[in-house]
Design a protein around this ligand. Sequence first.
Ligand code: DGY
Length: 329
Amino acid sequence: SRQTRHDFSKESLRHETSPRSGVDVLTAAGCEITQWDSDDRVPKQELIKNIAGKDGLFCLLTDRIDRKVLDAAGPQLKVIGTMSGGYDHIDTGECKKRGIPIGYTPDVLTNATAELTVALLLATSRRLKEGMNAVVDGKWGTWSPLWLCGQGLDGATVGVVGLGRIGLAVAKRLQPFGVKQFLYTGNSPKEGAKEIGANFVDFDTLVKESDFVLGCCALTDKNKGLFNADVFKKMKKTAIFINTSRGGLVVQEDLYDALKSGEILAAGLDVTTPEPLPTDSPLLGLENCVVIPHIGSANMKTRCAMSELTARNILAVFNGVPMPCPLLV
Ligand code: DGY
């Protein structure tokens, strides 16, 4: 039998009749599926219990796939397919050691995530949260010249930390807003930067010179807590920080202090630590912090594509052919 999981609750499955969804693909291929059929995160014990003896694992970014899970699976585990572009939830080193290939879904979610990043940036820079709250709270007084004035993109310098697929797609979408220049940083210059005339700079230059600082890089052991008190201090007082990558990039207490003390102007976060962010998080009490619940790739077309691609990655390994989207082979 082969273990698979997918993320659609019964409720959403009712709407999700497309034969392209991952479960349909696996079922059609004759796989026997053991599935955690809930929107709640699968409890670790449940995963450990059910993965025993399975050939493949279809997992989500909320499933921590570590040595314990791999041990519980047993040596017959042939492949892990994660329905995500990020893979910080998987112990890739351990999979490599054991020769377990991993498939993931980066390309199909680029457009949706880039679109959401732009939405979050605009919501934050144009102070939509404050505006909406003011309307609901009866604080909408007479039209006034300076009330709720935000920061525009016209003439701005936008710094992208990690000009990968998503970073580049975000920059391309921001270009028509009249951005003056794009800066980017990362391990090495990127070919795609030419398309938007972006300049490769060191991290310090980027955070000092950008009006908008966008976290678009994958989370690794090296960049954990990259955005900390020192970095926020270097940013412009008018800087806006956006993170749609992983919450682990940010030292959240430091971000809170920077926002509270006016070291930076505002922040927009689609990702936090932990997720869900507890409702008593001090970040939620700040007018200049917009937090949304990790919905970067959340449109139906994208999620179906991610689900289907995950299934096809798994099947490819079962069938002894190259995965359409391998992370580790
Ligand atoms: C991913 O796939 O890693 C994204 O964070 C989901 O939107």
